[in-house]
Design a protein around this ligand. Structure first.
Ligand code: MLT
Length: 330
């Protein structure tokens, strides 16, 4: 049967409206997916690490899907506003969320969280892992991790630590640093690490823990001080940089991971199509080259799947939620 695009559009719109009411999208509509642009919601500021990964991924997925992916930054509350809004969006595949470790940590940080990360989403797949770097402003006195530890131990209550709010990985990294050094610094929250990094570059704050996605050029230009990387081993993109463990912070181990989600109830045919586009993008030589330049590691194909993301989110939730609750109780 040949359908005019106009009829398809009318059919799709009315059927999706009815399906949203019924909580599902009919198989025929799912098979045509996508027939219009898709919104990919980013929970942090434009120009930051999550945004950069999302835009690169979205541009490549658009080629595979034959429809534009529009990146929308929905800011606030450490990423929970964005995740909460996507949890409540129509389950039709046209609103997606890209998010990081915050999906696993938010329930421990927000007692009244309006969504359940493990129950309120369909999983598309994991995307990439990113190491973090602990940075100081160029005017901040300590030059090494050992000097930093001594400095914050003495002056902690005067030291500013920028982050993107509770639920942000910059905040989590800062909390692990405070725990490791037994200090309490002054947290300065921003709506993403793009503005936080600007504040560090302008010496308005002293410290920031942020992803290599945005920090590598500033480290290379020496416009910030690099204390160390947050992973247990040194990283390819900064081979000469010590780890924080080498600097004396025993057991310091943190990396950022990104996944893509759809609202709960999005039909399997639709999520499977989006997963296929995600996997195609992560094989795209342009995406691979860009991610490599930013120190972002694309995950293996078995993780670029709904099951790969679901298993990972569960294990990260099990790992971080008790730890964060115990840090909060200290
Ligand atoms: C961002 O994209 O701004 C960061 O991922 C925020 C954060 O630190 O979690």
């Amino acid at each position: 049967m040949i359908r005019s695009p106009f009829i398809v559009r009318i059919l799709s719109t009315s059927a999706i409206a009815a399906a949203a009411f019924a909580g599902s999208v009919p198989a025929a509509i799912a098979a045509e997916f996508p027939t219009r642009p898709i919104t990919l919601v980013v929970p942090f500021a434009a120009g930051g690490p999550t945004d950069i990964v999302a835009r690169s991924l979205g541009a490549s997925m658009s080629k595979d899907l034959g429809q534009t992916i529009v990146v929308e930054n929905r800011l606030g509350a450490g990423g929970t506003i964005a995740a909460g809004s996507v949890a409540k969006a129509a389950p039709d595949g046209y609103t997606l969320l890209i998010h990081h470790n915050g999906m696993a940590t938010a329930p421990a940080l927000y007692p009244d969280l309006a969504y359940k990360p493990l129950n309120d989403f369909e999983y598309i797949g994991q995307v990439a892992d990113v190491p973090m770097t602990l940075l100081g402003s160029k005017n901040f006195p300590p030059n090494t991790t050992a000097e930093l530890v001594a400095y914050v131990t003495k002056n902690g209550e005067k030291v500013n630590l920028a982050n993107a709010g509770p639920g942000a990985v910059s905040q989590l990294c800062g909390a692990l640093f405070e725990q490791a050094t037994k200090t309490k610094l002054i947290a300065i929250p921003y709506q993403g690490t793009a503005p936080a990094l600007n504040a560090l570059l302008g010496s308005q704050v002293d410290l920031l823990c942020d992803q290599t996605t945005t920090t590598l050029p500033h480290i290379a230009a020496k416009s910030v001080k690099l204390y160390g990387v947050t992973t247990p081993a040194r990283i390819k993109s900064l081979p000469d940089a010590p780890t924080l463990q080498e600097g004396g912070l025993k057991g310091f181990d943190m990396k950022v991971w990104h996944g893509v989600y759809a609202p709960k109830g999005t039909p399997k045919e639709v999520t499977a199509r989006i997963t296929r586009a995600l996997q195609a993008a992560l094989k795209d030589p342009e995406v691979i080259a860009r991610m490599d330049k930013l120190g972002v590691e694309i995950v293996p194909v078995d993780k670029q799947t709904p099951a790969g993301l679901q298993t990972w989110l569960q294990s990260e939730s099990d790992k971080w939620q008790p730890l964060l609750k115990s840090i909060a109780a200290q």
